[in-house]
Design a protein around this ligand. Sequence first.
Ligand SMILES: [Zn+2]
Length: 357
Amino acid sequence: MRVIALLAMACTLLLPIQVSGQAAGPPPAGWGPLRLLDREIAPGQKRKFRYQHTQTFEGSFLDTVVFVARGAHPGPTLCLTALIHGDERNGFEIARESFARLDPARMSGTLIAVPAANAHGFRTGSRYMPDRRDLNRAFPGNPGSDNTALIAGILFSALSEHCNALIDLHTGSFERANLPQVRVDLANPQALELARRFGATVVLGGAGPKGSLRREMMDAGIPSIIYEAGLPLRFEPAEIEHGVQGVRNVMIGLGMTGGQATAPTPAERTFARARWLRVPLGNGGVFYPVRKLGDTIRKGDLIARIFDPFTDERFDLPSPMDGQIIGMAVPQIVFSGYALVHVASAPASEAKALRPE
Ligand SMILES: [Zn+2]
């Protein structure tokens, strides 16, 4: 009974997602093949293809795969991007598995997935592009600039032309794990709607860094969210399945597929901000967490310990605030200033007050 009441309360907080039609029967006039990156995908068809954009004498400088499912019936276009950070592998599997489960004959609208945006990083286990730049700081791209900016420009132009909504898939970075969470600009009602419908453990507010795909797509008027879950350089079944279910929930919410969605993220798990707790100056050493991902903590709670491996001195890291642990380093050697524990604070009930714009 209590669960039903909670679900009802969560649902009343959600605005309806706009649907562009899902009539049964043959495709109506105006709903035809999709043209994308020199390919054509007919209604009711799924295609995986390799896209190579050749520009330089030695060959392709963008070499990636694209998955497209064109529904038999009209509807919106949802885009999935993964491996923009080339070592964040869970996202590839979320995109691949989401695509594999789709039946385009029963689908409305279009799913476009770019599951390995930084294919070089996927192959080599690197976050960065071949020129050592961060692709997720290079959008919307620049045709007269460096290699990463050129690739960002090609991807951005294809995505911004077709997508009605975007889910960008990430993990924690550099030996840090993220609790399954969605990041979104809380000031945008359509994007917030996508974020809550996804149904991740936590929704975290924020516009994202300049040059990130999510922020630049939002600036182009396309509601966009990020799903973050798990560690880099791994394939983690629970985090992947959580993401696949989230993509399915969003597709159901957009009217693209049928079925029953799982519960949206409740308002009390929607946070307006988060803060990284770092190793204080002079307290580096061997790091062990005391609390775990997902724990709710109070100000003053002990959350981690660092031991000096030579002197055996111990440093206790208390939490400076109430909140929930949404990101955490794995046990390792840490240096002064290293980001250890990510704590979300300020529930959504306070979000409006925090975001006057
Ligand atoms: Zn990332």
